[in-house]
Design a protein around this ligand. Sequence first.
Ligand code: ADP
Ligand code: MG
Length: 288
Amino acid sequence: ATPTALLVGTGRGAQLGILIRGPEVLESTRKVDTVVLDKTGTLTTGQMSLVETIPAPGVDPAELLRRAGAVEQGSEHPIGRAIAAAAATQGSIPAVEQFVGNGGRGVYGLVAGTAVSVGRPELLGDLPDDLVAARGRAEATGSTVVAVAWDDAVRGLLVVADTVRPTSIDAVARLRRLGLEPVLLTGDNASAARAVADRVGIDKVIAGVLPEGKLDAIHRLQQRGQVVAMVGDGVNDAAALAGADLGMAMGSGTDVAIEAADITLVRADPNAIPDAIRLSRAVLRTIK
Ligand code: ADP
Ligand code: MG
């Protein structure tokens, strides 16, 4: 490969808002046949908002949101920011002590002496029957449901929702036209994932994975002989970005994701994904 052409390619990329770590990265895109896309913050804006508060029987909804918001003040996750912001609109929020953020699972802290957890419902204990039904209804629409627990019981659910980026649909269609298979990979639940996948035109969904599971999912695809590009934005995506044959970070993402990636997409626009792949193919064609 002529170094000059590769350098011109990385320079052209920079003009398009595609920051390529080094010329050698262009080579590694050549064989990519699969593009794994994170859901929250990549296909969606990652700007979540609280859409519903569902208390368990006998629980005051304002108290549910206040306690959850108190713990989530310590969180940088889009879910946590949405819950803390919603809680702040209904009045002052108590401080949180001994905050623990458990990446991809949830958060924990002491609120006025009570241990409160907010996170994946299946990790926080059995749900009362009517909450099981409410959870199913909310997830079927693509929303994300987290449970709030204190004193050893789930006290209610909070439903947060995100918006699919308007250009995700076009970007996925363009990836297919380039001969690439899109795959949605998320820590979120299967029905929320399916709803987003259907909206953007993705068939294959890998959902409910813990952060360490994202890297495993990449490895499994690679073991089947697929050459995998991974696109993500979160702390939870960093290992998968580093383990993929090509890692692409959304420029709106966390520093950890950007550092782990080979390419940074400065525009927070999924259309930059097919742009980057087309650019590298074009550069490599001029070299051969
Ligand atoms: P994604 O892959 O879509 O970016 P994450 O791996 O970040 O999702 O999160 C997976 C799941 O972990 C969430 O759907 C939620 O159930 C739980 N979770 C993560 N962070 C929090 C938080 N701050 N508060 C409540 N739940 C959380
Ligand atoms: Mg994400």
